[in-house]
Structures are given as C-alpha cells and as structure tokens.
Design a protein around this ligand. Structure first.
Ligand code: ZN
Length: 151
C-alpha cells in the first residue's frame, strides 16, 4: 500500500526514532509499503519517520539493489564526497552535501537477523541520508546551497 510521505515541518521528522524490537507482521507491512512508496516516487531511499512511523527502519533503492536496514549503526565512515541530494520530504528542493565516501554499517533484516555491509559512493550517501532521518536530521541542515528545482 502506498503511504503518504510526510513533508518538512512535521515534527515526526525531527524525532529521535525508537529502536525496533518487534520483528512482526506490522514491521513487514510497513517495509512492504515503504518499498512501494520509494519506487512510486523514484527515491533513492526512505526512512520510516518519512511515512509517519518514528522507528529505526530505512529502505535504500540504488544501483546495487534494494535494501532494508533495521536498527542500522555505523561501524566506521571513511573519506569524503561532495554531491547533490534531494529528499521525498522536501519536495522541489535540492542541495549539495558532504558525506563520507565509504561506510560500514551493522543492521538487522526484517526477521531480526544481524548483518554488516560496506557501501561506497552514492550507495554510501543514500545510507547516510536515510540514517540521518532516524535522528531527526534532514539533509537541508547540512546542505551548502539549497536551491529550488523543478519536480
Ligand atoms: Zn530524505
């Protein structure tokens, strides 16, 4: 089911999200809906608070594939990359953001099993952007040249 994407200004986007402890049907339904929603709006990722659910779950949909990260935590971040970003919660804007070039995270999948993953380039950027949402941070807080763009 397609979910409504919350827009900047809504307090749910500024919360520190709760750790996921129940790997149940409700979580699966949320993740399925987030996948449908991120694909519909052609985003590179979506965090649960963006659909109004303040829990630590994100999806990332990039060239490397489609990923679900529950309770993601950075193990390390290396290097630097500067590039453009947008956000489904900040319609009509884009900005330039400096991010690590390479990251390692540990996370759980929808069943609660634990994994680790190394990502670089745009994949790493998408992970950083989505994980920021879990701490109430939006890329506009970090962008150097926020500008209007055509939808
Ligand atoms: Zn975003």
């Amino acid at each position: 089911m397609l979910r409504k994407v919350v827009q900047i200004g809504d307090p749910v986007l500024r919360q520190k999200c709760e750790t996921v402890t129940r790997f149940d049907k409700e979580l699966c339904a949320l993740l399925d809906d987030m996948k449908e929603t991120v694909r519909k709006y052609e985003g590179a990722g979506l965090a649960a608070p963006q659909v109004g659910v303040p829990i630590r779950a994100v999806v990332v949909d990039v060239a490397e594939g489609y990923f679900e990260f529950i309770n993601p935590v950075f193990v390390w971040q290396k290097g630097e990359q500067v590039g453009p970003e947008g956000c489904l919660s900040v319609v009509g804007k884009a900005g330039t953001v400096c991010r690590p070039d390479k990251v390692k995270i540990v996370f759980q999948d929808r069943k609660g099993d634990k994994y680790s993953l190394v990502a670089r380039g745009f994949f790493a950027r998408a992970i950083c952007h989505e994980c920021d949402h879990l701490d109430g941070i939006i890329y506009v807080d970090k962008a150097t040249d926020l500008r209007d763009v055509e939808d």
